[in-house]
Design a binder for this molecule. Structure first.
Ligand code: FMN
Length: 348
């Protein structure tokens, strides 16, 4: 209530020309709060909803609840403790790249308020794997699972993509409960081609092998590797992804990233980039149902795309997802959405 009545109007007004201003303002406050144990306790007491019925074990990781924060919100891992205190069951941090990079020119996020949607063409702005590694070494790790999303640096040629991913994986290995291989952002040229059968197979083979090598050296189980896919794949492309993921021991598929399609929109926008939020929900559900039918429970699915409340969350789980993630609804609805979804799931 407070968020929608006071905080959201102020944030949205203050950042009419560039919604990223609101995001950075919020993230900087959250980063400061992340260093205060007292503040974290107060945030948690006010927001988090806990119930044993919400707990689950998926791909070898224990989750206090199934509602996660989707990739891209805390790209540099500056505010993970405060975000965790809001009641998320897990956070996907990143997407991080081997090299620090500024991303595309601003503005690069656009609100489509009538549609409860966003268009973004961020292009993975982030501090790079080395700087993030250094930061994480000084911060306490939150008590919930943190997965790091890895992408390809813009300056890295396509044929050197594998080494680029491996570099970030090695750097962040100690700080991650699982990894997401992001091959589905529409804003890095060539990235989505890594979803094609052969390049995907080579990439995933190398990454899973690396986790096994590290596991052997450290005498610990190999960390789970997940793949995040685009909603714009055809059924035959989805079949290829499924085949590769099964062959390469991928432990989860995150469906979906933003879409290049512009269907189901009330508000016109000529901005390029990936569309997220409510208009994505129908397509993301279709992809989750397709994956669920063809995976036969062999690989768990993390459902993401336009989840705006308890009914959408329930529908996504019923479609075959074991966990869900939100991003755009967190912007529009504020942190209370996490508790509303969890309370509903605990009682249904
Ligand atoms: C501004 C913005 C930045 C994003 N950045 C990333 C990213 O860095 N990595 C990633 O995997 N997904 C990224 N995403 C996609 C989200 O993680 C999510 O897959 C997508 O927005 C659909 O979920 P939603 O409808 O709940 O927002 C981003 C989305 C938005 C709106």
């Amino acid at each position: 209530m407070l968020f929608k009545a006071l905080i959201r109007p102020a944030l949205f007004r203050a950042s009419v020309s560039d919604p990223e201003i609101a995001h950075h303002w919020l993230m900087n406050r959250m980063a400061t709060l992340s260093h205060s144990q007292t503040a974290l306790k107060i945030i948690e007491a006010a927001n988090a909803y806990k119930s044993p019925v919400l707990e689950r074990d998926v791909f070898g990781v224990h989750f206090p609840n199934p509602v996660g924060l989707a990739g891209g919100f805390d790209k540099n891992g500056i505010a993970l403790p405060a975000l965790a205190a809001l009641g998320f069951g897990f956070i996907e941090a990143g997407t991080v790249t081997r090299y620090a990079q500024p991303g595309n020119a601003r503005p690069r996020i656009f609100r489509l308020s009538e549609d409860n949607a966003l268009i973004n063409r961020m292009g993975f702005p982030n501090d790079g794997a080395d700087a993030i590694h250094a930061r994480l070494s000084t911060l306490p790790k939150p008590a919930i699972p943190i997965g790091w999303s890895i992408g390809k640096s813009k300056i890295t040629p396509q044929e050197e993509a594998i080494e680029d991913y491996l570099y970030s994986l090695r750097k962040l290995y100690a700080f991650s409960d699982f990894f997401t291989i992001n091959v589905s952002s529409p804003n890095t040229p060539g990235l989505r081609q890594l979803q094609d059968k052969e390049p995907l197979d080579r990439l995933l083979q190398a990454i899973v092998q690396e986790t096994e090598t590290i596991a052997q050296k450290t005498s610990s189980p190999a960390k789970a590797v997940l793949v995040k896919i685009a909603p714009d794949l055809t059924e035959s492309q989805l079949d290829d992804v499924i085949e590769v993921c099964l062959n390469r021991n991928i432990r989860g598929i995150i469906a979906t990233n933003t879409t290049l399609a512009r269907t189901d929109l009330r508000q016109n926008s000529s901005e390029s980039g990936g569309l997220s939020g409510r208009p994505l929900h129908r397509r993301s559900l279709e992809v989750i149902r397709y994956l669920s039918r063809h995976l036969e429970n062999k690989i768990p699915i993390v459902g993401v795309g336009g989840i705006f409340g308890p009914d959408d969350a329930r529908r996504t789980l019923d479609a075959g997802a074991s966990l869900i993630q939100i991003y755009t609804s967190f912007i529009y609805e504020g942190p209370t959405i996490i508790k509303r979804i969890n309370q509903h799931l605990a009682h249904s």
